[in-house]
Design a binder for this molecule. Structure first.
Ligand code: GLY
Ligand code: MN
Ligand code: MN
Length: 422
Protein backbone atom coordinates (compact mmCIF):
# COMPACT_ATOMS: atom_id res chain seq x y z
CA UNK A 1 0.00 0.00 0.00
CA UNK A 2 2.92 2.28 0.70
CA UNK A 3 4.04 1.83 -2.92
CA UNK A 4 0.60 2.81 -4.23
CA UNK A 5 0.67 6.05 -2.22
CA UNK A 6 -1.74 7.66 0.24
CA UNK A 7 -4.08 9.06 -2.40
CA UNK A 8 -4.46 5.83 -4.34
CA UNK A 9 -6.89 2.91 -4.23
CA UNK A 10 -6.35 -0.68 -5.28
CA UNK A 11 -9.33 -2.75 -6.37
CA UNK A 12 -9.21 -6.36 -7.51
CA UNK A 13 -11.62 -9.23 -7.86
CA UNK A 14 -11.43 -12.85 -6.78
CA UNK A 15 -11.21 -15.42 -9.57
CA UNK A 16 -14.66 -16.45 -10.78
CA UNK A 17 -15.80 -20.04 -10.39
CA UNK A 18 -15.38 -21.46 -13.90
CA UNK A 19 -17.50 -24.16 -15.48
CA UNK A 20 -15.92 -27.13 -17.23
CA UNK A 21 -19.04 -28.13 -19.14
CA UNK A 22 -22.75 -27.49 -18.63
CA UNK A 23 -23.02 -26.84 -14.88
CA UNK A 24 -20.01 -28.93 -13.80
CA UNK A 25 -17.39 -26.66 -12.20
CA UNK A 26 -13.59 -26.80 -12.42
CA UNK A 27 -11.94 -27.12 -9.01
CA UNK A 28 -11.78 -23.58 -7.66
CA UNK A 29 -8.40 -21.78 -7.64
CA UNK A 30 -8.15 -18.24 -6.27
CA UNK A 31 -6.56 -15.52 -8.44
CA UNK A 32 -2.88 -15.33 -7.57
CA UNK A 33 -2.79 -11.57 -6.96
CA UNK A 34 -5.95 -11.76 -4.86
CA UNK A 35 -4.41 -14.54 -2.79
CA UNK A 36 -1.15 -12.61 -2.48
CA UNK A 37 -2.90 -9.54 -1.08
CA UNK A 38 -5.68 -11.10 1.01
CA UNK A 39 -5.29 -14.86 1.45
CA UNK A 40 -9.09 -14.98 1.10
CA UNK A 41 -10.00 -18.23 -0.68
CA UNK A 42 -13.56 -17.74 -1.98
CA UNK A 43 -15.00 -16.57 -5.31
CA UNK A 44 -17.46 -13.64 -5.58
CA UNK A 45 -15.27 -11.27 -3.61
CA UNK A 46 -13.67 -7.88 -4.28
CA UNK A 47 -10.80 -6.41 -2.29
CA UNK A 48 -10.39 -2.64 -1.95
CA UNK A 49 -7.19 -1.29 -0.41
CA UNK A 50 -7.47 2.35 0.61
CA UNK A 51 -4.18 3.57 2.07
CA UNK A 52 -4.57 6.10 4.86
CA UNK A 53 -8.36 5.71 5.19
CA UNK A 54 -8.92 6.20 8.93
CA UNK A 55 -11.96 3.90 9.32
CA UNK A 56 -10.54 0.92 7.44
CA UNK A 57 -7.72 0.56 4.90
CA UNK A 58 -8.38 -3.05 3.82
CA UNK A 59 -11.99 -3.62 2.85
CA UNK A 60 -13.46 -6.83 1.47
CA UNK A 61 -16.75 -7.44 -0.26
CA UNK A 62 -17.71 -11.11 -0.05
CA UNK A 63 -20.60 -13.56 0.11
CA UNK A 64 -22.66 -13.51 3.28
CA UNK A 65 -23.23 -16.62 5.36
CA UNK A 66 -26.31 -18.41 4.02
CA UNK A 67 -27.60 -21.50 5.79
CA UNK A 68 -29.51 -22.85 2.80
CA UNK A 69 -26.69 -22.37 0.28
CA UNK A 70 -24.16 -23.79 2.72
CA UNK A 71 -26.19 -27.01 2.93
CA UNK A 72 -25.65 -27.43 -0.81
CA UNK A 73 -22.18 -25.99 -1.40
CA UNK A 74 -20.33 -25.98 1.89
CA UNK A 75 -19.39 -23.40 4.48
CA UNK A 76 -18.85 -19.77 3.56
CA UNK A 77 -16.51 -17.47 5.45
CA UNK A 78 -18.88 -14.51 5.50
CA UNK A 79 -18.18 -10.88 6.34
CA UNK A 80 -17.48 -11.49 10.03
CA UNK A 81 -15.13 -14.37 9.28
CA UNK A 82 -13.27 -12.24 6.75
CA UNK A 83 -12.45 -9.69 9.45
CA UNK A 84 -11.65 -12.12 12.26
CA UNK A 85 -9.85 -14.74 10.16
CA UNK A 86 -8.05 -12.79 7.41
CA UNK A 87 -6.92 -9.56 9.02
CA UNK A 88 -9.21 -7.38 6.92
CA UNK A 89 -10.30 -4.15 8.58
CA UNK A 90 -13.88 -4.27 7.36
CA UNK A 91 -16.12 -6.43 5.18
CA UNK A 92 -19.44 -5.88 3.40
CA UNK A 93 -21.82 -8.18 1.53
CA UNK A 94 -20.83 -8.46 -2.14
CA UNK A 95 -24.44 -7.68 -3.10
CA UNK A 96 -24.00 -4.15 -1.68
CA UNK A 97 -20.83 -3.35 -3.61
CA UNK A 98 -22.43 -1.08 -6.23
CA UNK A 99 -23.82 1.12 -3.46
CA UNK A 100 -20.72 1.21 -1.25
CA UNK A 101 -17.56 0.96 -3.38
CA UNK A 102 -18.02 4.14 -5.47
CA UNK A 103 -18.15 6.15 -2.24
CA UNK A 104 -14.92 4.51 -1.02
CA UNK A 105 -13.17 5.54 -4.24
CA UNK A 106 -14.41 9.12 -4.10
CA UNK A 107 -11.54 11.60 -3.98
CA UNK A 108 -8.78 9.04 -4.61
CA UNK A 109 -6.46 10.34 -7.31
CA UNK A 110 -5.15 7.04 -8.62
CA UNK A 111 -6.87 3.69 -9.07
CA UNK A 112 -4.82 0.52 -9.50
CA UNK A 113 -6.72 -2.31 -11.24
CA UNK A 114 -6.32 -5.14 -13.70
CA UNK A 115 -7.97 -4.08 -16.94
CA UNK A 116 -8.97 -6.39 -19.74
CA UNK A 117 -8.53 -9.63 -17.81
CA UNK A 118 -12.11 -10.34 -16.81
CA UNK A 119 -14.81 -8.70 -18.96
CA UNK A 120 -17.23 -8.87 -16.03
CA UNK A 121 -14.88 -6.96 -13.73
CA UNK A 122 -14.18 -4.38 -16.47
CA UNK A 123 -17.92 -3.80 -16.82
CA UNK A 124 -18.37 -3.41 -13.05
CA UNK A 125 -15.49 -0.96 -12.90
CA UNK A 126 -17.14 1.25 -15.50
CA UNK A 127 -20.42 1.06 -13.54
CA UNK A 128 -18.67 2.17 -10.33
CA UNK A 129 -16.99 5.03 -12.17
CA UNK A 130 -20.31 6.13 -13.65
CA UNK A 131 -22.04 5.95 -10.27
CA UNK A 132 -19.32 8.05 -8.76
CA UNK A 133 -19.52 10.54 -11.59
CA UNK A 134 -23.31 10.75 -11.33
CA UNK A 135 -23.33 11.10 -7.54
CA UNK A 136 -25.24 14.02 -6.15
CA UNK A 137 -23.01 17.07 -6.42
CA UNK A 138 -20.65 15.18 -8.78
CA UNK A 139 -18.20 12.73 -7.20
CA UNK A 140 -14.47 13.07 -7.78
CA UNK A 141 -13.53 10.20 -10.11
CA UNK A 142 -9.91 9.00 -9.87
CA UNK A 143 -7.93 10.87 -12.51
CA UNK A 144 -5.42 8.14 -13.19
CA UNK A 145 -6.13 4.49 -13.87
CA UNK A 146 -2.97 2.47 -13.28
CA UNK A 147 -1.99 -1.09 -14.09
CA UNK A 148 -1.99 -3.13 -10.89
CA UNK A 149 0.48 -5.55 -12.45
CA UNK A 150 3.01 -2.73 -12.57
CA UNK A 151 2.84 -2.56 -8.78
CA UNK A 152 2.43 -6.23 -7.83
CA UNK A 153 4.60 -8.14 -10.31
CA UNK A 154 7.75 -6.64 -8.90
CA UNK A 155 6.72 -7.48 -5.32
CA UNK A 156 5.80 -11.05 -6.24
CA UNK A 157 9.18 -11.58 -7.90
CA UNK A 158 10.97 -11.44 -4.53
CA UNK A 159 9.89 -14.26 -2.24
CA UNK A 160 9.60 -13.81 1.53
CA UNK A 161 10.75 -16.47 3.98
CA UNK A 162 7.18 -17.64 4.34
CA UNK A 163 6.78 -17.97 0.59
CA UNK A 164 10.06 -19.87 0.29
CA UNK A 165 8.81 -22.29 2.92
CA UNK A 166 5.70 -22.99 0.82
CA UNK A 167 7.78 -23.37 -2.36
CA UNK A 168 10.07 -25.79 -0.54
CA UNK A 169 7.09 -27.90 0.48
CA UNK A 170 5.57 -27.72 -3.03
CA UNK A 171 8.90 -28.95 -4.43
CA UNK A 172 9.21 -31.73 -1.86
CA UNK A 173 5.72 -32.99 -2.61
CA UNK A 174 6.48 -33.01 -6.35
CA UNK A 175 9.70 -34.92 -5.69
CA UNK A 176 7.69 -37.54 -3.78
CA UNK A 177 5.13 -37.74 -6.60
CA UNK A 178 7.91 -38.22 -9.18
CA UNK A 179 9.44 -41.02 -7.11
CA UNK A 180 6.06 -42.76 -6.83
CA UNK A 181 5.57 -42.40 -10.59
CA UNK A 182 8.98 -43.88 -11.47
CA UNK A 183 8.00 -47.10 -9.72
CA UNK A 184 5.18 -47.48 -12.25
CA UNK A 185 7.04 -46.22 -15.31
CA UNK A 186 7.96 -49.65 -16.67
CA UNK A 187 7.31 -51.35 -20.03
CA UNK A 188 3.62 -52.12 -20.60
CA UNK A 189 2.35 -49.33 -18.34
CA UNK A 190 0.25 -46.56 -19.91
CA UNK A 191 1.15 -42.89 -19.59
CA UNK A 192 -2.21 -42.16 -17.94
CA UNK A 193 -1.50 -44.69 -15.20
CA UNK A 194 1.68 -42.79 -14.38
CA UNK A 195 -0.30 -39.54 -14.40
CA UNK A 196 -2.74 -41.18 -11.97
CA UNK A 197 0.11 -42.08 -9.64
CA UNK A 198 1.43 -38.50 -9.73
CA UNK A 199 -2.01 -37.19 -8.82
CA UNK A 200 -2.54 -39.85 -6.15
CA UNK A 201 0.71 -38.92 -4.45
CA UNK A 202 -0.03 -35.19 -4.51
CA UNK A 203 -3.65 -35.48 -3.37
CA UNK A 204 -2.70 -37.94 -0.62
CA UNK A 205 -0.53 -35.17 0.82
CA UNK A 206 -3.23 -32.50 0.45
CA UNK A 207 -1.63 -30.83 -2.59
CA UNK A 208 -2.96 -30.39 -6.13
CA UNK A 209 -1.04 -30.45 -9.42
CA UNK A 210 0.22 -26.99 -10.37
CA UNK A 211 -0.54 -27.78 -14.07
CA UNK A 212 -1.73 -30.86 -15.98
CA UNK A 213 1.20 -33.29 -15.88
CA UNK A 214 3.00 -34.26 -19.05
CA UNK A 215 3.84 -37.97 -19.20
CA UNK A 216 5.44 -38.39 -22.62
CA UNK A 217 7.04 -41.66 -23.66
CA UNK A 218 9.08 -42.21 -26.80
CA UNK A 219 8.55 -39.63 -29.52
CA UNK A 220 5.69 -37.97 -27.57
CA UNK A 221 8.44 -36.25 -25.56
CA UNK A 222 9.20 -34.11 -28.62
CA UNK A 223 5.81 -32.38 -28.16
CA UNK A 224 6.62 -29.70 -25.59
CA UNK A 225 3.25 -29.46 -23.82
CA UNK A 226 2.09 -33.02 -24.54
CA UNK A 227 -0.77 -33.86 -22.19
CA UNK A 228 -2.73 -36.63 -23.95
CA UNK A 229 -0.92 -39.19 -21.77
CA UNK A 230 -2.51 -42.17 -23.54
CA UNK A 231 0.42 -44.17 -24.98
CA UNK A 232 1.81 -47.50 -23.76
CA UNK A 233 5.41 -47.43 -22.53
CA UNK A 234 7.66 -49.75 -24.52
CA UNK A 235 10.99 -51.32 -23.70
CA UNK A 236 13.78 -49.02 -24.89
CA UNK A 237 11.66 -45.84 -24.55
CA UNK A 238 12.49 -42.84 -22.49
CA UNK A 239 9.61 -41.25 -20.61
CA UNK A 240 9.58 -37.52 -19.90
CA UNK A 241 7.59 -36.61 -16.79
CA UNK A 242 6.89 -32.91 -16.25
CA UNK A 243 4.82 -32.58 -13.08
CA UNK A 244 4.66 -30.01 -10.29
CA UNK A 245 2.66 -29.75 -7.09
CA UNK A 246 0.83 -26.71 -5.75
CA UNK A 247 0.92 -26.17 -2.01
CA UNK A 248 -1.21 -23.37 -0.52
CA UNK A 249 -1.26 -21.77 -3.99
CA UNK A 250 2.56 -21.98 -4.47
CA UNK A 251 3.80 -24.01 -7.43
CA UNK A 252 6.70 -26.31 -8.14
CA UNK A 253 7.68 -27.40 -11.66
CA UNK A 254 9.91 -30.45 -12.07
CA UNK A 255 10.85 -32.57 -15.09
CA UNK A 256 12.86 -35.76 -15.32
CA UNK A 257 13.42 -38.02 -18.31
CA UNK A 258 14.07 -41.65 -17.40
CA UNK A 259 14.61 -44.89 -19.34
CA UNK A 260 11.54 -47.08 -19.01
CA UNK A 261 13.53 -50.32 -18.67
CA UNK A 262 16.08 -48.78 -16.34
CA UNK A 263 18.98 -48.29 -18.79
CA UNK A 264 19.77 -45.55 -21.29
CA UNK A 265 20.71 -46.72 -24.79
CA UNK A 266 23.93 -45.26 -26.23
CA UNK A 267 22.32 -42.46 -28.28
CA UNK A 268 19.84 -41.65 -25.49
CA UNK A 269 22.72 -41.38 -23.06
CA UNK A 270 24.68 -39.07 -25.36
CA UNK A 271 21.80 -36.60 -25.59
CA UNK A 272 20.85 -37.06 -21.93
CA UNK A 273 24.36 -36.21 -20.75
CA UNK A 274 24.28 -33.09 -22.89
CA UNK A 275 21.04 -31.87 -21.33
CA UNK A 276 22.26 -32.76 -17.84
CA UNK A 277 25.55 -30.92 -18.35
CA UNK A 278 23.68 -27.95 -19.82
CA UNK A 279 21.35 -27.86 -16.82
CA UNK A 280 24.24 -27.96 -14.33
CA UNK A 281 25.99 -25.18 -16.24
CA UNK A 282 22.81 -23.08 -16.24
CA UNK A 283 22.14 -23.69 -12.53
CA UNK A 284 25.69 -22.69 -11.64
CA UNK A 285 24.94 -19.29 -13.18
CA UNK A 286 21.98 -18.70 -10.84
CA UNK A 287 23.85 -16.26 -8.59
CA UNK A 288 23.14 -12.67 -7.59
CA UNK A 289 24.66 -10.32 -10.14
CA UNK A 290 24.35 -12.67 -13.12
CA UNK A 291 21.58 -11.96 -15.59
CA UNK A 292 18.93 -14.10 -17.28
CA UNK A 293 20.81 -14.29 -20.53
CA UNK A 294 23.85 -15.78 -18.81
CA UNK A 295 21.69 -18.63 -17.42
CA UNK A 296 20.15 -19.37 -20.82
CA UNK A 297 23.46 -18.74 -22.57
CA UNK A 298 25.26 -21.36 -20.48
CA UNK A 299 22.73 -24.04 -21.45
CA UNK A 300 22.71 -23.00 -25.11
CA UNK A 301 26.50 -23.16 -25.29
CA UNK A 302 26.75 -26.69 -23.85
CA UNK A 303 23.92 -28.00 -26.03
CA UNK A 304 25.21 -26.39 -29.21
CA UNK A 305 28.76 -27.63 -28.72
CA UNK A 306 27.47 -31.12 -27.95
CA UNK A 307 25.08 -31.28 -30.90
CA UNK A 308 27.90 -30.21 -33.22
CA UNK A 309 30.26 -32.81 -31.73
CA UNK A 310 27.64 -35.55 -32.19
CA UNK A 311 26.98 -34.43 -35.78
CA UNK A 312 23.36 -33.40 -35.21
CA UNK A 313 24.28 -29.84 -36.18
CA UNK A 314 26.58 -29.25 -39.11
CA UNK A 315 29.62 -26.99 -38.94
CA UNK A 316 31.41 -25.53 -35.95
CA UNK A 317 29.74 -24.48 -32.67
CA UNK A 318 30.53 -20.76 -33.10
CA UNK A 319 28.61 -20.65 -36.37
CA UNK A 320 25.76 -22.72 -34.88
CA UNK A 321 25.51 -20.31 -31.95
CA UNK A 322 25.63 -17.30 -34.25
CA UNK A 323 22.93 -18.65 -36.58
CA UNK A 324 20.90 -20.01 -33.63
CA UNK A 325 20.83 -23.37 -35.42
CA UNK A 326 20.44 -25.04 -31.99
CA UNK A 327 16.83 -23.78 -31.94
CA UNK A 328 15.96 -26.65 -34.26
CA UNK A 329 16.37 -28.99 -31.23
CA UNK A 330 16.24 -26.63 -28.22
CA UNK A 331 13.46 -24.18 -29.05
CA UNK A 332 12.40 -22.83 -25.66
CA UNK A 333 14.03 -20.65 -23.04
CA UNK A 334 15.98 -22.25 -20.20
CA UNK A 335 13.60 -21.08 -17.51
CA UNK A 336 10.97 -18.84 -16.04
CA UNK A 337 10.05 -17.27 -12.70
CA UNK A 338 8.17 -19.55 -10.34
CA UNK A 339 5.89 -18.72 -7.42
CA UNK A 340 2.13 -18.42 -7.08
CA UNK A 341 1.97 -19.10 -10.82
CA UNK A 342 4.07 -21.69 -12.61
CA UNK A 343 5.13 -19.00 -15.06
CA UNK A 344 5.25 -16.38 -12.35
CA UNK A 345 4.91 -12.61 -12.38
CA UNK A 346 7.96 -10.43 -12.97
CA UNK A 347 9.78 -8.82 -15.89
CA UNK A 348 12.54 -10.75 -17.66
CA UNK A 349 14.02 -7.56 -19.09
CA UNK A 350 14.43 -4.14 -17.55
CA UNK A 351 14.99 -1.14 -19.84
CA UNK A 352 15.72 -3.55 -22.65
CA UNK A 353 18.42 -5.35 -20.68
CA UNK A 354 18.20 -8.91 -19.32
CA UNK A 355 17.14 -8.93 -15.68
CA UNK A 356 19.93 -9.23 -13.14
CA UNK A 357 19.32 -11.99 -10.59
CA UNK A 358 18.91 -11.04 -6.93
CA UNK A 359 18.53 -13.08 -3.75
CA UNK A 360 14.93 -14.15 -3.15
CA UNK A 361 14.03 -14.75 -6.79
CA UNK A 362 12.91 -18.28 -7.70
CA UNK A 363 13.13 -19.81 -11.15
CA UNK A 364 12.74 -23.07 -13.02
CA UNK A 365 15.84 -24.16 -14.94
CA UNK A 366 14.84 -26.51 -17.76
CA UNK A 367 16.98 -27.05 -20.84
CA UNK A 368 16.01 -29.78 -23.29
CA UNK A 369 16.76 -31.46 -26.59
CA UNK A 370 13.96 -32.66 -28.85
CA UNK A 371 14.78 -34.49 -32.10
CA UNK A 372 11.59 -34.98 -34.17
CA UNK A 373 10.92 -38.51 -35.38
CA UNK A 374 10.79 -37.30 -38.97
CA UNK A 375 14.12 -35.45 -38.92
CA UNK A 376 16.07 -37.19 -41.69
CA UNK A 377 19.03 -34.81 -41.34
CA UNK A 378 20.29 -36.72 -38.30
CA UNK A 379 21.32 -40.34 -37.76
CA UNK A 380 18.29 -42.55 -37.25
CA UNK A 381 19.35 -43.55 -33.75
CA UNK A 382 18.69 -40.00 -32.47
CA UNK A 383 15.26 -39.54 -34.06
CA UNK A 384 12.26 -39.37 -31.76
CA UNK A 385 14.31 -38.68 -28.62
CA UNK A 386 13.00 -35.89 -26.37
CA UNK A 387 14.74 -34.99 -23.10
CA UNK A 388 14.18 -32.23 -20.57
CA UNK A 389 15.49 -31.84 -17.03
CA UNK A 390 13.87 -29.19 -14.85
CA UNK A 391 14.47 -28.06 -11.29
CA UNK A 392 13.26 -25.34 -8.93
CA UNK A 393 16.10 -23.00 -8.04
CA UNK A 394 16.24 -20.19 -5.48
CA UNK A 395 18.73 -17.35 -5.90
CA UNK A 396 20.51 -16.97 -2.55
CA UNK A 397 23.37 -14.72 -1.50
CA UNK A 398 25.65 -17.76 -1.52
CA UNK A 399 24.51 -19.10 -4.91
CA UNK A 400 21.83 -21.43 -6.27
CA UNK A 401 19.70 -23.52 -3.92
CA UNK A 402 17.96 -26.37 -5.79
CA UNK A 403 14.70 -27.19 -4.01
CA UNK A 404 14.20 -30.38 -6.04
CA UNK A 405 17.76 -31.68 -5.55
CA UNK A 406 16.52 -34.91 -3.94
CA UNK A 407 15.70 -36.25 -7.42
CA UNK A 408 18.91 -37.30 -9.18
CA UNK A 409 19.76 -35.94 -12.62
CA UNK A 410 23.13 -37.58 -13.32
CA UNK A 411 22.57 -40.60 -15.61
CA UNK A 412 24.30 -43.20 -13.40
CA UNK A 413 22.38 -42.00 -10.35
CA UNK A 414 19.13 -42.17 -12.30
CA UNK A 415 19.88 -45.75 -13.36
CA UNK A 416 20.82 -46.66 -9.77
CA UNK A 417 17.55 -45.17 -8.51
CA UNK A 418 15.57 -47.15 -11.11
CA UNK A 419 17.42 -50.36 -10.25
CA UNK A 420 16.02 -50.07 -6.73
CA UNK A 421 12.37 -49.68 -7.76
CA UNK A 422 11.49 -53.40 -7.75
N1 GLY B 1 5.45 -27.27 -16.97
C1 GLY B 1 5.46 -26.07 -17.69
C2 GLY B 1 6.86 -25.61 -17.91
O1 GLY B 1 7.75 -26.39 -17.81
O2 GLY B 1 7.11 -24.45 -18.08
MN1 MN C 1 8.85 -24.95 -16.43
MN1 MN D 1 7.68 -28.07 -16.34
Amino acid sequence: MRMAGGNAAIVLAAAPQRLRNADAPWPYRQDSDFHYLSGFPEPEAVLALLPGRPQAECVLFCRERDQLDERWHGKRIGTEGAVTGFGLNDAFPIDDIDDILPGLLEGRERLYCHFGREPEFDAHLLTWMRRLHDARGGGVVPRELMSLGYLLDELRLFKSRGELKLLRRASQLAVEAHRAAYTMAQPGCYEYAIEAELLRSMRAAGAVPSYPPTVASGKNACILHYADNHTRLECGDLVLIDAGAEWHCYASDITRTIPVDGHFTGPQRELYDLVQTAQSAAISMVCPGNDWDSVHGAAVRVITEGLCALGLLPGDPCAALESEAYKRYFMHKTGHWLGLDVHDAGDYRVDGQPRVLEAGMVLAVEPGIYVPQGDTTVAEAYRGIGIRIEDVVVVTASGPEVLSADLPTVAEEVEDMLAGRG
